[in-house]
Ligand binder design. Sequence first.
Ligand SMILES: [Mn+2]
Length: 186
Amino acid sequence: MASLARRHGPLALVHLDAHLDTWDTYFGAPCTHGTPFRRASEEGLLVKDRSAHVGIRGSLFDRADLLDDAALGFTAVHARDVDDIGVRGIIERVRQRVGEHPVYVSVDIDMLDPAFAPGTGTPEAGGLTSRELLAVLRGIADLPLVGADVVEVSPAYDHAEVTAVAAANVAYELVTALALRVGARR
Ligand SMILES: [Mn+2]
């Protein structure tokens, strides 16, 4: 993200995850898989008020977690919101949030329900289906995507490659969306 922000300026972030990942410290440490977007925000890599989490349902450790997150400039589409607004509503909220800003998409595979992604380190019940996630990614594929990642796939906990299949399809959607942008710049 740092190198992309040097090239494009501060980025919008679409962060699909069960967890906020904006804690100040996680188990006492400042640089962990629970803190990357707090650090990115502090380093000026994110444009304020253009970032969104999608799929949030993880444990809160402190009364201030959600307030701190909002103060960093995030909005959160919670997993249970899907029941009310559907995939179309998620896409709409993300698109309004990002606008025309260069955007980075980070997919933590644990945003999916453990039924669709059992192979991950911090599974949380009540997540999205892989069909819903792929539809969200397809629905934002024409945003000005400059970079993306898929994280937290843990083969040791996977069964019948369920998680690997989901993650591979997520990566495919992201790579094709990036290819769209490269094609558009030509
Ligand atoms: Mn997570």
